[in-house]
Design a protein around this ligand. Structure first.
Ligand SMILES: Cc1cc2nc3c(=O)[nH]c(=O)nc-3n(C[C@H](O)[C@H](O)[C@H](O)COP(=O)(O)OP(=O)(O)OC[C@H]3O[C@@H](n4cnc5c(N)ncnc54)[C@H](O)[C@@H]3O)c2cc1C
Ligand SMILES: NC(=O)c1ccc[n+]([C@@H]2O[C@H](COP(=O)([O-])OP(=O)(O)OC[C@H]3O[C@@H](n4cnc5c(N)ncnc54)[C@H](OP(=O)(O)O)[C@@H]3O)[C@@H](O)[C@H]2O)c1
Length: 487
C-alpha cells in the first residue's frame, strides 16, 4: 500500500483499537461504524475490540447479578453488533501485558480505552483488613464466575453487615440472603451454588450513612428484595428521619418518592413484635449509620466479631453528620459496597483521586492537561463508576464525536495492515480468543444449561437452566480456541 494512500478510504481504512468490550467499548465501536461519515461513504473504518477476558461484555457478564436475566439480556443487542462481522474481537488480550501503548500506536490511528472498573473503593476505617471483611466487588466477581478470582468464598457467617446504600449493596445483600436453590434458574456456576448452599447466614444488615430519602439504589431493585423466598425484611422506626431537604427531594424526584413510599409501607406493615416474622433469614435495612470500626474479639483475634457505627442525623443539606452516639452490631462478616474504583492503565495519565483517566469529553489528557493525540476514553474509566449500562451509550457518542472531529490530525499508524496485529499477538504467544471463539463458548455454556434441564434437575432441584457459566480462564480459552470439550 502506498504511503500516500489517503487514510479513511477503502484502501487504507482509519484503524481504531477499542480496549475493553464492556457496554462502553461495544457501543463506541458500533457508534463509530454507524456514524454519518461512515454511512455516507466519506470514511471507511476498521475496528479491533480487545478485552483481557476471554469473553466479551465486561460487567454485564461479571457484575450484573445472575438473578437479573432481563438485564443480562442486554447482551443480545451487543451480540448483534459484534455478530455483524465488521468489528473484530480479540479476547484474552491484556493491555499493559500483551500489548503496550507503542504497539497500539504502531497498529492503529486511534485508541479508545473503555476499561471500566472492577475493584472496590477503599474504606479507611480501623479493622477493615480483618479476616471476614470483604470488598463487595470481589464477592460480585466470585458469584458471577470471574475467571481470575478464587473458586472458593468463605461463607461461614450467620450475621453479616453490608455497608452502602447503592444498587451494588442491594445486589450483595440479596445474593447473601437468598436461598441457593432459588438461584438455580440462573447461570450461576456450580462452585457458586455449592458455596451459597452451605451458607449458615440468618441475618444480613444493610447500612446507609444517610436517610431513607438519600439512598442511591433504585425502586425496582428495592422492591425486588421482597421477592426473595423465606427472607423477611426488617426496618427500624428510629431510622426514618425526614428533614425539609428530604421532603424537597421526595417531591422533586419520582424515584425517591417511590422508594420512600415502599420503605414506609413496609415498616407500616411490619408486626410490632418481630418474633411474629417466620422466615428463616432476615434482611435488615438500617439508615443513618456511618461505619467507624470493624473489630475482632479476644476469642478470635484477627477475625471480624462486630462493627461499630456512629448514628448520624440529617444536616439540612441532604448530607448527614455524626451525633456522637455509637452502636455495635455483632457480625462475623462485613462487606463494603461503597462504590467501585477504576484502575490505572500503563503509560496513560491517571487521576488517582477519582479513579479515572483524565479526559475532556473523552479526549485523554496528559499530565499538563493537554489532549494526547489519538487517545480517547469512554464508559466508567472516563466518567467514574456510576450509572447504568444505557448511560455508557451517551459517553460513547460523545467520545466518538470528538474522535471523528479530530480525524484529520490523528498520529497515523506505521503498521496499519489488519493482519499485522494478529501476527504480533501470535509471535508473542498470546492465546487470543475471537468472536467465533466466543460463539463456541456461548454454545457450550448453553449446552451445559440444556443438559441440566434435560436431566430434569440440577443439584436435586427441578429447574430449567438457560446457561451454566464456565469459570476457569484456561477452560474458557480452550473451548473458545476450538478444543473439543465434552459437555
Ligand atoms: C455489581 C454491578 C451490577 C450492575 N448491575 C447493573 C444492572 O443491573 N443494570 C445496569 O444498567 N447497570 C448495572 N451496572 C452498571 C454497569 O455494569 C456499568 O454501567 C457498565 O458495565 C460500565 O461499562 P464499561 O464498558 O465502562 O465498563 P465494564 O463493563 O467494566 O467493561 C470494561 C471492560 O474492559 C476490560 N478491560 C479492563 N482493563 C483492560 C485491559 N488492561 N486490557 C484489556 N481489557 C481490559 C474489562 O475486562 C471489561 O470487559 C452494574 C454494575 C455493577 C458493578
Ligand atoms: N440493578 C441495577 O440497576 C444496578 C446494580 C448494581 C449497580 N448499578 C449501578 O452501578 C453504579 C455503581 O453502584 P454502587 O452501588 O457501586 O455505587 P453508588 O450508587 O455510588 O452507591 C455507593 C453507596 O456507598 C455509600 N458510601 C460511599 N462511601 C461511603 C463511606 N465511606 N461510608 C459509608 N457509606 C459510603 C454511598 O453513600 P452516600 O450516598 O452517602 O455517598 C452510597 O450509598 C450505580 O450507578 C448503580 O446504580 C445498577
Amino acid at each position: 500500500m502506498s504511503t500516500n494512500t489517503p487514510v479513511g478510504t477503502a484502501a487504507r481504512p482509519l484503524r481504531v483499537a477499542v480496549v475493553g468490550s464492556g457496554p462502553a467499548g461495544v457501543y463506541a465501536a458500533d457508534i463509530l461504524t454507524k456514524s454519518e461519515a461512515v454511512k455516507s461513504g466519506e470514511l471507511t473504518v476498521s475496528i479491533d475490540l480487545f478485552d483481557r477476558y476471554p469473553a466479551p461484555y465486561g460487567l454485564i457478564r461479571y457484575g450484573v447479578a445472575p438473578d437479573h436475566p432481563r438485564i443480562k439480556g442486554i447482551v443480545n443487542a451487543l451480540h448483534k453488533v459484534l455478530d455483524r462481522g465488521d468489528i473484530r474481537f480479540f479476547g484474552n488480550v491484556d493491555y499493559g501485558t500483551d500489548l503496550s501503548i507503542d504497539d497500539l500506536r504502531n497498529h492503529y490511528d486511534a485508541v479508545i480505552f473503555a476499561t471500566g472498573a472492577i475493584k472496590d473503593a477503599d474504606l479507611n476505617i480501623p479493622g477493615i483488613e480483618l479476616e471476614g471483611s470483604y470488598g463487595g466487588a470481589d464477592f460480585v466477581s466470585w458469584y458471577d464466575g470471574h475467571p481470575d478470582v478464587s473458586r472458593e468464598w468463605p461463607l461461614e457467617a450467620k450475621e453479616i453487615a453490608v455497608i452502602g446504600n447503592g444498587n451494588v449493596a442491594l445486589d450483595v445483600a440479596r445474593m447473601l440472603s437468598k436461598h441457593a436453590d432459588d438461584l438455580l434458574v440462573s447461570e450461576i456456576p456450580d462452585n457458586v451454588y455449592a458455596g451459597l448452599k452451605s451458607s449458615p447466614v440468618t441475618d444480613v444488615h444493610v447500612f446507609g450513612r444517610r436517610g431513607p430519602a438519600q439512598v442511591k439504589f433504585t425502586p425496582l431493585e428495592l422492591r425486588e428484595l421482597s421477592h426473595s423466598k423465606d427472607v423477611d425484611i426488617i426496618l427500624y422506626a428510629e431510622d426514618f428521619e425526614f428533614d425539609a431537604e428530604s421532603d424537597r427531594q421526595i417531591q422533586s424526584n419520582n424515584q425517591t418518592k417511590t422508594m420512600v413510599g415502599t420503605l414506609t409501607n413496609w415498616i407500616a406493615e411490619q408486626p410490632e413484635d418481630l418474633s411474629e416474622l417466620t422466615a428463616s433469614r432476615r434482611l435488615h435495612l438500617h439508615f443513618l449509620h456511618s461505619p467507624v470500626e470493624v473489630y475482632d474479639s479476644a476469642e478470635a483475634p484477627g477475625r471480624v466479631a462486630g462493627i461499630k457505627f456512629e448514628r448520624t442525623e440529617l444536616d439540612g443539606t441532604g448530607n448527614a453528620r455524626g451525633t456522637g452516639e455509637f452502636v455495635d452490631y455483632p457480625v462475623q462478616a462485613v462487606y463494603r459496597a461503597i462504590g467501585y474504583f477504576g484502575s490505572a492503565l500503563p503509560e496513560i495519565e491517571f487521576d488517582h483521586s477519582k479513579g479515572v483517566v483524565p479526559n475532556d469529553g473523552g479526549r485523554v489528557l496528559d499530565a499538563a492537561g493537554t489532549p494526547v493525540p489519538g487517545i480517547y476514553a469512554t464508559g466508567w474509566i472516563k466518567r467514574g463508576p456510576v450509572g447504568l449500562i444505557g448511560h455508557t451509550k451517551g459517553d460513547a457518542l460523545e467520545t466518538v464525536t470528538y474522535l471523528l472531529e479530530d480525524r484529520e490530525n490523528l498520529p497515523l499508524a506505521a503498521t496499519p495492515a489488519p493482519e499485522a496485529i494478529v501476527e504480533l499477538l501470535a509471535a508473542r504467544g498470546v492465546e487470543y480468543t475471537s468472536w467465533e471463539g466466543w460463539l463456541a463458548l456461548d454454545e457450550h455454556e448453553r449446552a451445559l444449561g440444556e443438559k441440566a434441564t434435560a436431566a430434569g434437575e440440577s443439584h436435586g432441584v427441578a429447574v430449567q437452566r438457560e446457561r451454566i457459566k464456565v469459570v476457569p480462564r484456561e477452560d474458557m480459552v480452550e473451548i473458545s480456541r476450538g478444543a473439543a470439550v465434552e459437555v
